[in-house]
Design a protein around this ligand. Structure first.
Ligand code: AFP
Length: 336
């Protein structure tokens, strides 16, 4: 019926019915995640009107200044998700260690990894930000949750997605059967299916990279970025540069319109060349979505999803987006 879309709940229940082994636990998890995101979206919308902008004065595990909204989003997610009854532990970009669901609360077998507010440096200037999440099943035996339960390959994700707080609030997620996008209808407070079966264009027209880092790049990286600057896309036009500085927003644009996002390794710390983005809470979930939408993601040499995470806050170089563009970048990065 016109004007009444498919709600995310209806979508979830339909998928649940299609998999006979489903117990409803995953639906419960996502329902609580959606509720948390609605609370975060409500607060984001008030930014500028209430005292939620600026810094808390703390430094997080990444060595970055914590912003008030970052801290708020992190606390909402931990508080709500601990109570959903189907998780045994979580890992947040903001917390040094894993967060176990307390023993006096109902526990399940799922694990949740999240970046509570990606792109949080954009908060104070009213530019898009988002919450990225990734879901796994516990693999170790017994009740104790081990660090090894989180140190997996991206291929083991059960689901991944993000909430984007922009002009409209969106949920984009995949359970391994394609990617669906939902837009929050604020008048009824429901996410409605707005982007069914998202397919990333094979080649894009946009490249996104922080070119101010060029002085820290090696020759291969400089050549790879130069390729996108000087070459033509499939429409015979030069690629255009777009960089928001919030991975989730840059990724979302490229997911819908095609293109490549690059955050290569750099030598800002000359002793330790490395990428900036976190493998567990940024690279794995977005690589999962990219592949599910027909795109690709590598670290410049290897498929992101095949990498074995070694630490909770490990960082990785990232080349992600339209398949042909990522293949080109990976080929150029492999050349000596
Ligand atoms: P924050 O979540 O700390 O703002 O970091 C954002 C981010 O991890 C990612 O979303 C951006 O793409 C990237 O950093 C931007 O980094 P640069 O400012 O170094 O370009």
């Amino acid at each position: 019926m016109e004007g009444i879309g498919i709600s995310v709940m209806e979508h979830l229940l339909l998928s649940q019915r299609e998999s006979p082994a489903a117990t409803g636990q995953f639906t419960r998890l996502l329902t609580e995640l959606i509720f948390s995101a609605k609370i975060i979206a409500r607060e984001v919308k008030k930014a500028g009107l209430v005292d939620i902008l600026g810094l808390t004065g703390d430094i997080n595990v990444q060595g970055e200044q914590v912003r008030k909204l970052d801290d708020f989003a992190n606390r909402v997610l931990i508080y709500r998700m601990q109570r959903c009854g189907v998780l045994c532990a979580m890992a947040s970009e903001e917390n040094a260690d894993i967060i176990e669901v307390p023993e006096d609360m109902p526990r399940g077998s799922y694990l949740l990894v999240f970046d509570p507010l990606d792109g949080s440096a954009n908060i104070d200037v009213n530019v898009n930000i988002g919450t990225i999440f990734s879901i796994y099943r516990k693999v170790s035996e017994g009740d104790t949750v081990r660090l090894s339960d989180f140190l997996r390959t991206g291929l083991e994700q059960v689901a991944a997605g993000y909430f984007l707080y922009g002009p409209s609030t969106m949920l984009v997620y995949s359970t391994g059967d394609g990617v669906s996008g939902f837009t929050l209808d604020p008048s009824v407070g429901e996410f409605l299916l707005s982007h069914p079966k998202i397919v990333m264009p094979e080649r894009g027209k946009t490249y996104s990279v922080n070119e101010a880092n060029e002085m820290y790049w090696d020759e291969r990286t400089k050549k790879t970025v130069a390729f996108f600057k000087s070459n033509q896309n499939e429409r015979g036009k030069p690629y255009r540069a777009r960089y928001i500085g919030a991975l989730v927003a840059d990724f979302h644009r490229n997911l819908l319109e095609g293109g490549i996002f690059m955050y290569p390794a750099d030598k800002k710390d000359p002793a330790k060349p490395r990428g900036k983005l976190r493998i567990l809470c940024e690279a794995f979930p977005l690589a999962f979505l990219a592949e599910q939408a027909g795109g690709a993601a590598t670290d410049g040499a290897m498929r992101i999803l095949e990498i074995q995470a070694k630490t909770l806050h490990e960082r990785v170089p990232l080349f992600i987006g339209s398949k042909a563009d990522v293949e080109t970048a990976t080929r150029l990065m492999r050349q000596i």
